[in-house]
Write a protein that binds this ligand. Structure first.
Ligand SMILES: Nc1ncnc2c1ncn2[C@@H]1O[C@H](COP(=O)(O)OP(=O)(O)OP(=O)(O)O)[C@@H](O)[C@H]1O
Length: 967
């Protein structure tokens, strides 16, 4: 049982006039042995101490102010009122005249409870109630005070109605917000400032089933905080459960700001999340305690508004079911805990059970903080059925009202009072100044926020413009690429057209050139025809005996003899001359030759064609028809070519008959007058008769001379024909387009090489011979055949060979040398003269063969090749003798490659002159039936030579040595 309180002291029910509050107060003074920090002090206005002056009363502060608010009578009571309702007999609660005490009618009488104020909602609306009892507390909070306003009372007594109001009139919460934030009418959303606005932080909590939930968290997005318990509110949005540590709860959400309208809207919205339930006592009964904490950090003020769930009787409320009963039990637990706390504080207990419930834990600061005030609003119903609840509530309030906070450490003096008043004024002025400053800051903040919004808008606009520009740029770039492609296509088309026109022009030009070529061919044919005519005419002349006459005339005269003697030199006593029967001999010879060498087959064809066009005797006529200018010129050109060959012959005639003697026609020996009639080698002009040959031997000197002349002219003609055929015999090398071109030197050399055994197609392999090839050609008997046409291209061939030498890797040294040396130095320093001679023996006395010019660094093997190319047949078999060597031993063939030519002995002590002495190697004659080959045979390949032996070298009678005289 709760200790009796003054308010709960039963008093006899007044029968007439209502008693005054003074009559209702019955003070029971129980001075405590020890004065606790918080102690209950019952008011004792008339305490007198006899015999001694009364000590100054300690300063007592009533931290808990208790106000009673009696709601409107219930509807059923009003019905009675409408039917001439007797108010005094129908209601169980009456208010004293001083409006500070309330009298409750019970069955046994009245009970009066002295409070700090009482309000009948019937007579005073919420606005009046707020202004009379609450606004002063809120103003204190604006100045930095701490105040807790809690609603206490049974269910349906109007706690929530008073705290939150109704649509017609706002409750304490919204009015307090408006006042603290210093703004005007609550209907004005924007809220005109009536003073300096304060920045507030608002938290809204709910204690349900002894758990604290944050009603703000997840209110807007419906999502709870992490790791915290969730509870769905009326709008099915989860709530965040808060951890309570010590006296503080953690991680609560706040509504921050200074705009009353916005915060009011938010709180109203959040309040709807509170758990309510319809009961028999209340259609919308709150099932949780709701705490609204309003902090004013700028001044340190704090306003805590607590709407407690109404304690109720489970049966009366009609709660059925375990959950409902648990709810009610929890609600009552909080209320009972608060009641105990209040009683403990009022009784001056050393222990106050704040920890019995979450509600008392939350309110601990409100009770313990010296600066904190508590305004307890006791809600009660005038319904007589609720009398016991009303009395219980009033008893609780009366007990709370008895709580006195006494400070014995410092008793304020008058001066303290003055100082405190002054300091209070000073502090208030400072607070006002600070509030103004804060207001300015807030206005600046608003302006900055506006500027920020404008800047954001501008930024968005710029971004939109930028995106538009980017799209434009992309569009332009796309068009540029299209334009570029078009330009390229246009240029390609133009170029194609130009090339086509050029192609057309080239085709026209080619056609024109073809036409010109046809014309030239036609003209050539005409010229050929003319020449044929001329030849026919010449033949007619020959047939007519003009040439025969001339020959006879010459043969009959001494002049002819002299002329022939002059022509033939030492052969004047030769009286055996063989006549060459060309028609029977040469074609067969050619056939055999061409069968062996296919490349010559083409020459054969052309030669046959030419021979068909130019009969044998044409040659003769071309020599002697002096009065026909064209033939004469042709003959002279041939003679010039032959002259050139003869002039360049440097054979040493003094060398005996061995080796080189056979190269030169005996008629040439000792005759250096360059007479064209005497230059042809005898093997060309004479052939030894044989069994298979159709030559015949003429023994008559006159006839022999004539035959010789005929042979000369015939061979001269053949020679010219052959030269012409070779000149024009380039079908192998010439293409169709090269018909009018001269054969290239290389091609000519190939033809010659393939026919005559020369290795002209390998200039880089034998560079040394290239330098001396001129002399080789000049000195070789083959030169008599090839020089007329070969000499034409010799220089160019040498040039091309030099070019090829330059290209080859081995010619790099040569090129460097050439660059560093002057041409004269190169000529003089690069070559040495080698005098080649045979060793003197029993057969012949030796003698100088000829002088050769070779490279300085040539070896004896190189010299051998060079000498062999100038020698014939078995004469190629020789060895070098080292004359300087005391032993005089011949050089072995293996050592020739390593022996330099400059190791040879010098010749007559001359610089760059050396002497090469050759010793012939004798071998048995394998084919003595054959006359030694001419130069043509010697230059052919060995295999070819053996097969051609029957063709070019007619067999001779070994018993008959007369063939030797023909040389
Ligand atoms: N002073 C008043 N004037 C008019 N109507 C009132 C007044 N007080 C309460 N009411 C009405 O009574 C009903 C119950 O009130 P309210 O819900 O405020 O009681 P409560 O004490 O909060 O109950 P609970 O503790 O169960 O929540 C409501 O419908 C409310 O409108």
């Amino acid at each position: 049982m709760a200790p009796p309180t003054p308010a709960s002291t039963p008093t006899p029910a007044p029968r007439s006039a209502p008693s005054t509050p003074h009559h209702q107060l019955h003070v029971h003074h129980h001075p405590p042995k020890t004065i606790p920090k918080h102690r209950l002090r019952f008011p004792s206005p008339n305490i007198k101490f006899h015999g001694a002056p009364a000590p100054p009363p300690p300063i007592a502060d009533h931290p808990v102010e208790v106000i009673g608010r009696i709601r409107d009578p219930p509807a059923d009571l009003r019905k009675d009122k409408d039917r001439d309702w007797d108010k005094s007999s129908s209601t169980a609660v009456e208010i004293a005249d001083d409006a500070r005490s309330v009298r409750v009618r019970t069955d046994v009488g009245y009970r009066e409870f002295a409070l700090d104020g009482v309000s009948m909602s019937e007579n005073e609306d919420l606005e009046g109630f707020y202004r009379r009892f609450v606004s002063s507390r809120v103003e204190g909070v604006r100045l930095g005070a701490k105040c807790t306003i809690m609603m206490y009372g049974p269910t349906g007594s109007g706690k929530s109605h008073t705290m939150f109001g109704c649509p017609k009139q706002p409750g304490i919460v919204y009015r307090a917000l408006r006042d603290i934030l210093g703004q005007g009418d609550e209907n004005d959303d924007e809220g005109e400032a009536i003073g300096a606005a304060l920045f507030v932080q608002v938290a809204v909590l709910e204690i349900y089933n002894e758990e604290i939930y944050d009603l703000l968290s997840g209110a807007s997005n419906g999502v709870g905080g992490p790791g915290l318990g969730l509870l769905k509110g009326n709008n099915n949005t989860p709530k965040v459960r808060l951890e309570f540590m010590g006296k503080k709860f953690k991680n609560a959400s706040y509504i921050s700001g200074n705009e009353a309208a916005k915060i009011t809207r938010e709180v109203a919205k959040v309040e709807k999340r509170r758990i309510v339930k319809s009961t028999l006592c209340n259609e919308r009964s709150s099932r949780s305690h709701c705490i609204i904490i309003l902090d004013v950090p700028s001044v340190g003020g704090k306003l805590m508004l607590v709407d407690m769930a109404g304690s109720e009787n489970i049966e009366a409320a009609g709660q059925t079911g375990l959950e409902a009963k648990m709810q009610t039990a929890k609600i009552n637990q909080g209320n009972i805990a608060l009641k105990r706390v209040v009683e403990s504080i009022a009784n001056g207990d050393s222990h106050v059970p704040f920890r019995d419930s979450k509600l008392t834990m939350l309110l601990q600061d409100s009770f313990e903080d010296d600066k904190s005030k508590i305004l307890m609003i006791l809600c009660a119903s005038p319904d007589p059925k609720e009398t016991h609840k009303t009395i219980s509530t009033l008893e609780y309030g009366a007990k709370a009202k008895c709580i006195v906070r006494v400070s014995l450490t410092h008793l304020p003096t008058f001066k303290d009072k003055v100082d405190s008043d002054e300091s209070l004024i000073l502090l208030r002025s400072r607070i006002v100044a600070m509030n103004e400053f804060i207001f300015k800051l807030q206005m600046e903040n608003k302006l900055k926020e506006k500027e920020r919004d404008e800047a954001r808008k501008e930024l968005l606009q710029k971004e939109a413009e930028l995106a538009e520009l980017r799209t434009k740029i992309q569009h332009i770039e796309g068009r540029k690429s299209e334009i570029k492609e078009e330009e390229i296509n246009l240029k390609v088309d133009q170029r194609t057209k130009t090339l086509k026109s050029e192609l057309t022009m080239m085709e026209e030009r080619t056609l024109q050139q073809k036409q010109e070529l046809d014309m030239l061919r036609q003209r050539l044919e005409e010229v050929e025809l003319e020449r044929c005519k001329v030849v026919e005419k010449a033949l007619q002349d020959i047939d007519g005996g003009r040439l025969v006459k001339r020959l006879e005339t010459y043969s009959g005269e001494q002049g002819m003899v002299k002329s022939m003697e002059l022509d033939m030199g030492e052969l004047h006593d030769t009286n055996v001359v063989k006549e060459i029967k060309e028609d029977s001999c040469q074609p067969e010879s050619y056939k055999k030759l061409f069968q062996l060498d296919p490349s010559l087959a083409l020459i054969e064809e052309e030669a046959n064609a030419s021979m068909s066009r130019f009969p044998d005797k044409v040659c003769l006529s071309t020599v002697f028809e002096e009065d026909e200018e064209e033939e004469q010129e042709e003959r002279e050109s041939i003679e010039d070519e032959v002259d050139k060959e003869v002039v360049e012959e440097h054979t040493d005639r003094a060398g005996g008959t061995h080796g080189f003697n056979s190269l030169v026609d005996p008629g040439v020996r000792g005759n250096n007058n360059n007479n064209a009639d005497c230059v042809f080698p005898s093997y060309l002009s004479c052939e030894v008769g044989s069994e298979n040959n159709s030559t015949e031997i003429t023994k008559d000197p006159a006839s022999a001379r004539k035959t010789r002349i005929q042979n000369i002219f015939r061979l001269c003609g053949n020679h010219r024909e052959l030269a012409q055929q070779v000149k024009t015999s380039s079908p192998l090398q010439r293409g169709p387009q090269d018909e009018n071109k001269q054969p290239s030197p290389l091609a000519l050399r190939k033809v010659l090489g393939s026919n005559l055994g020369l290795q002209a197609e390998q200039p880089q392999a034998t560079p040394k011979y290239m330098l001396v090839s001129d002399s080789i050609l000049k000195e070789s008997p083959v030169s008599a055949l090839i020089l007329p046409f070969a000499s034409l291209e010799l220089k160019e061939e040498q040039k091309s060979a030099n070019k090829e030498l330059k290209r080859s890797a081995s010619s790099e040294r040569y090129q460097d040398k050439k660059e560093n040396e002057s041409p004269k130095d190169m000529e003089s320093d690069k070559y040495i003269d080698i005098y080649v001679k045979w060793e003197a023996s029993k057969e012949f006395s030796g003698g100088l063969i000829r002088k050769l010019k070779v490279l300085k660094n040539s070896s004896l093997a190189d010299l051998r090749k060079l000498i062999e190319s100038n020698l014939e047949g078995d004469n190629k078999k020789f060895t070098f003798l080292l004359l300087g060597d005391p032993s005089g031993a011949p050089v072995s063939k293996e050592k020739e490659a390593s022996s330099q030519v400059n190791k040879l002995p010098t010749c007559n002590n001359q610089m760059n002159s050396y002497l090469a002495c050759l010793r012939p190697v004798k071998k048995p004659i394998q084919n003595p039936d054959h006359v030694p080959f001419g130069s043509l045979e010697n230059t052919l390949s060995p295999g070819l030579t053996s097969q051609l032996s029957d063709v070019f070298s007619p067999k001779v009678d070994r018993l008959n040595t007369s063939y030797l005289t023909s040389f």
